[in-house]
Each structure stands twice: as C-alpha cells, then as structure tokens.
Design a protein around this ligand. Structure first.
Ligand SMILES: [Cu+2]
Length: 364
C-alpha cells in the first residue's frame, strides 16, 4: 500500500529557501504596483506600497454604473479544483471520521490527517506556498460529541516537523508540543493522538512547532467542534468560518485576510451564502489569524446571540460585532427578518478590504 506520506516532499519556496536570484521577488512585486501585474497574471488588482490595500475591482464584474463598489474585491476566480478545496463546500463540511463503538460502549472517531507542502492560489494569479492538513485551508472540521473518543492518525508528508495540537482537555502526551513522545512528528513520520472529547464547544487545532506563527500562518489549522450530548437546537444552516491570513512576502505582516482559505470568496459578485428569512443560522467562528493581534466579525442589518467558546448553551451577548484574539472562537446564532443582501466582515476595515468580507443573500 502506498502510504499517504511516501511521496517525496515538494520544495517550499519560502523566504528562507528562495534563491537570491528570484526573478520576481515577492516583496518587489508588491512594491512594484500595477506594473507587476502582468508578471503573475493577477487581473485588475491595484497594489499599494507596503500592502496591497487598494484591491478595487474595475472589470465588468464590478457593479458598473452604480458608482464605487461597496467593498474592494478581485476579478476572476481562483482554480478551486487545482487548489483541491472550495470555501463554499468547507462551510458545511463536518467530518465525523470513521465511526465505530469501542468495547466499553464509547463511540470512537478515527481520522487520518496528512500535513504536506501545497501551492494554493489564494487570489487569481497569486500562488502561496502553503502547508496544509489534508490538502485544504482550513484543515478538516473535526466534529464529535462530548465524551466520544478521538483517534487521529497523523502523517507528516511535509519537509518541516509538524504536529497537531488540539484545544480541549487531554493528557500532556497528546498535546503535540514538545517532542516525538508528545506528538511532534518529523518529516516522513507519524503519530497517533488519542483522547476523549471534552469540553463541548467550538475549538480548534493547529500545528504547534517552532516557529509557531509561521506554521499556523502557512495554513496548518482547523476547526474542532464538540457537540453537547443531545446536541444543540436544530438550525437550518450550520456554517464553519475559520478566519486566517496570508503573509505572501514573508515579512511578518499579512497581505490578505480570509475566512475559509480564499480571500473575497463569499462576496456578492462571487459566492454569497444563501439563506431564507426566519431560518436559524448557526456560525462556528474561529480566529486562526497570525501576525495581527485582534480579528473581528460584524453582521450587517442584524444582531446575533454569541456563545463564547460555545461552552455554554446560554448566550452571553446579543450584538452585531464581536472581537476575537488569536485562538479565540465562539458560536453565533441569528435569523434574518428581511430579504436582501447583507455583508459580514471584519470590522477592521483594512482586513475587510484585503479579503475578509462576504455576503449573506437572504430570500423571503
Ligand atoms: Cu508545523
């Protein structure tokens, strides 16, 4: 049997290993402004100086004839098939793993997770040398019920040491932090993490090897949902949104921001999320952003009940905006009263203009 990690790792063209003679230095490209666009085929992107803060769409895809766009965007579409994942599908892709029952009656969820080097087209024409769990950013949304057993067979097919560090309650030897015994895996190696799922809530997992910020920012993070026994009230839509960013020139600052891996994906002209009035919508929101201390979520023309970390079934707040620091997460519940198109985005405008924005399209 060909093991999933037996293929040779691809080279990772990151800042440390990129040849000095790189004909199109990324930072140079960013600073070059529009003149550099043709070199990478990025369509209709206006680059700023240090960060591409003016990504105004100017093609027929923009809302021509109605003045300026409400928010910047990009023109065209990334190659989702080549990337191997589509953010629209990731919204509702909950993974219970291989389910069986242990002799003691406990439900067992088994997963195979592979970390590897992978090039992701993050906006049209711009590739990012990512590291992924199972070929996607964020990694699989692991979803189980409190008290279930998790058994995760982790393979490192990348060329750096990686691990899976889960938030939750578990033994130190399963924490994926210090050494091979506690689940740090060398390239070509494997480790099996096994522990009980607690407490219920919305959590996350991520690689926890040094330098930590880089390993997370390269894409090694995902959602980890533990449902309470008996579940939560039925919702018409349950959606996962994992916030992240991309530092494409490796200077420790993000050039793009996103939910579920691809900036601007859920915009009005692209792939708005379709809802109906009156439906209960539940969003599992996680902040896996590195290099910026605070992220946020703002919902337009509506309010939501907020359950920090999802560890209580009683909401703590009724609001339209929340902030999350790195690693924080929570559950949002709302219903739309009126049909229409409604933005959701980071309330930090810079993040929104650089990709962390989307639209709920609500029909009556
Ligand atoms: Cu790592």
């Amino acid at each position: 049997m060909k093991l999933p990690w037996s293929s040779p790792p691809e080279p990772v063209p990151d800042a440390a290993s990129a040849p000095a003679s790189d004909p199109v230095p990324r930072r140079g490209f960013l600073k070059a402004g529009l003149g550099g666009i043709g070199l990478v085929g990025a369509a209709a992107m206006g680059m700023g100086l240090d960060r591409p803060t003016k990504l105004l769409a100017t093609s027929p895809q923009s809302h021509g004839g109605h003045g300026a766009d409400a928010m910047p965007g990009v023109v065209g579409e990334v190659d989702h098939a080549k990337n191997g994942f589509n953010p629209t599908e990731l919204l509702t892709d909950f993974d219970a793993g291989e389910v069986s029952v242990l002799p003691n009656g406990q439900t067992l969820h088994e997963y195979t997770i592979v970390a590897r080097n992978q090039t992701i087209e993050i906006v049209p024409g711009i590739d990012f040398p990512a590291w992924t769990f199972n070929g996607r950013i964020p990694g699989p949304t692991i979803r189980v019920t409190e008290g279930d057993r998790l058994r995760i067979h982790f393979f490192n097919a990348g060329d750096h040491p990686h691990s899976m560090h889960f938030h939750g309650i578990h033994p130190g030897g399963m924490d994926g932090v210090f050494d091979a015994e506690s689940g740090v895996v060398a390239p070509g190696g494997k480790f099996t993490y096994e522990f009980d799922a607690e407490p219920f809530g919305v959590h996350l997992y991520h690689c926890h090897t040094a330098p930590l910020a880089k390993h997370i920012a390269k894409g090694l993070y995902g959602a980890f949902i533990i449902d309470p026994v008996g579940g939560r009230p039925n919702a018409a839509h349950e959606l996962v949104m994992v916030m992240g960013g991309y530092d494409i020139d490796f200077d420790g600052k993000n050039e793009f921001y996103t939910v579920n891996g691809i900036p601007f994906h859920y915009d009005r002209d692209r792939h708005p999320i379709k809802l109906r009035t009156g439906e209960l919508v539940r969003v599992y929101l996680i902040n896996a952003l590195e290099y910026d201390p605070i992220n946020s979520f703002h919902l337009h023309a509506n309010f939501f009940h907020y359950y920090p970390t999802g560890t209580s079934q009683t909401p703590s707040e009724f609001t339209d905006t929340i902030a999350q620091m790195q690693g924080q997460r929570g559950i949002l519940e709302f219903r739309y009263k009126y049909p229409g198109q409604y933005m959701f985005h980071a309330h930090k405008t810079e993040f929104a203009e650089l990709g962390w924005t989307g639209v709920f399209e609500v029909e009556g």
